[in-house]
Design a protein. Structure first.
Length: 168
């Protein structure tokens, strides 16, 4: 089984998202725990015992199956795929706004409204990342689309035009 199939299983089991995210936090908090659950020298029985002691009851069977199939190293990827599928099913789009300085709340809301209409989504989750290399403006990435309104790109285009086309 690959990550996508395990993520599909997690989705179809209709697991409580709180339990999934709590399990992720537990694993993220301890490199030693991750290593123990992935180590082939640690017996399956020992791994199951660790899971029963540390993780939410609703996630224990799923985590045991991952251990049994030697797939604990894929847990974070599985959760990421599950999150994306959950957002898709809820008609929510995750987007990233790259900018030099964080825009005002009204501008953020306008960008979200634009994306909702353009991408036909009910809601947008917008992550903001600062990027000084843009010089000004912004780059908005949503799914496979990119809306580049940065000063850096505008200057590149201007240079292309002034230099006679292809050379830049």
């Amino acid at each position: 089984m690959n990550e996508a199939l395990f993520a599909q299983l997690l989705f179809e089991l209709n697991m409580d998202s709180k339990s999934i995210l709590e399990s992720k936090l537990i694993l993220e908090s301890s490199l030693e725990l991750q290593q123990a659950l992935q180590n082939p020298v640690v017996t399956i029985k020992e791994k199951h015992s660790i899971i029963e002691k540390l993780f939410p009851e609703s996630m224990q069977s799923f985590l045991k199956v991952l251990c049994d199939h030697h797939k604990m190293q894929d847990f974070f990827d599985i959760v990421q795929i599950w999150k994306e599928r959950t957002l898709f099913e809820q008609n929510i789009l995750k987007a990233t706004l790259y900018c030099v300085t964080e825009p005002e709340k009204t501008t953020i809301e306008q960008l979200k409204t634009f994306l909702c209409q353009k991408e036909k989504k009910q809601r947008i989750i917008l992550e903001i990342k600062k990027d000084a290399s843009l010089l000004g403006g912004f780059v908005l990435k949503a799914g496979t689309k990119e809306y580049d309104r940065s000063l850096k790109t505008a200057l590149k285009e201007m240079k292309k035009t002034l230099c006679g086309g292809e050379r830049a």
